[in-house]
Write a protein that binds this ligand. Sequence first.
Ligand SMILES: Cc1ncc(COP(=O)(O)O)c(C=O)c1O
Length: 363
Amino acid sequence: MPKIGEEEVQAVMETISKGPLTNALGQGPKVLEFERNYARFAGVKHAVAVNNGTAALNAALLAVGVKQGDEVIVPSFTFIATAEAVVFAGARVVFADIDPETYTLSPEDVERVVSDKTRAILPVDLYGYSADMKSLREIAEKHGLALVEDAAQAHGATYQGKPAGVFADVACWSLYASKNITTGEGGVITTDDDKICETLRLIRNHGEREKYTSVLMGNNYRMPEIEAAIGIVQLDKLSSFVAKRRQNAQQLTKILQQTKRLKLPIETERNQHSWYLYTVKLIDGTEEERNQILKELKQKEIGAEAYYVHPINTMEFYRKNYDTRKLPETEKAAKQVFSIPIHPNVTSEQIEYIGKTLLTLLH
Ligand SMILES: Cc1ncc(COP(=O)(O)O)c(C=O)c1O
């Protein structure tokens, strides 16, 4: 649920009337300003703005050298774009299971599927909680692999006291309309590595450093100036958005702690949630039971939703083209989780209503 104010409207009006609307190399003044601000926020040297989070993932994989014949390890319990980016880079997706506590990639299972073809690990900060990047970093270093983080949902999250993304070689963010901050459609790639950054800028714009001279295979992943103008304002508001989400999450947790039927989301001082989604798990619940709760919540006008009920390895393209292993924790989570609205437009009174209503539906 985007929260757009008068400041964003002003920024768009100013950009439309004064221009430019874009830049031939993807580096207009608003894009450059947004990138400087985003790099500072993400605690790294470079940010490269692109036109969506899927493009960010695809460019990042190419920039770290993923190519045809390589394998990239990804969770199956995520949004489809994570796997798509691997396929579009020409590589093969290898699915690994998740940790049942955090729903993020299990380092132990990653170790099980590393092969001599593995080129990269692509963990996802699912629901806005960082993957176990320290353990994944160790595995990546041990096997000489690139670590690309899908931080599409993690704006405002921290890992070991630092902004999400800093433990990866490259992190990829989405600015889609549902995210913690948005430019409508949009994405950003962050990295500390000068060489990777230069490659990313080339990939973003047809491999061109100068117009009409392409030095490597690229695409049109440029972010328009109007989007960057919105992004600058949204980024300034991010900490207040996340604070409101956290306040809603904490209030909801207090209410839902009264039941033993739900596993509630966690955060610690050093591993802070972005609270993109407040996701609970129905302990020992069946899929039918979970779906019935969702149906009743919706009947009571509560916009609860279950995300990733079809793990990617069960979807048609991947089922047909990949001989995937069993992923027991993924299967279980897909049947038992659901998310409850806590975005900044949800009031404290609404949280009270949502929490109490949900308690009445649990038997
Ligand atoms: C985990 C994850 N990865 C990738 C994406 C893709 O981002 P986009 O929709 O901006 O292409 C999204 C968001 O939609 C996402 O939630």
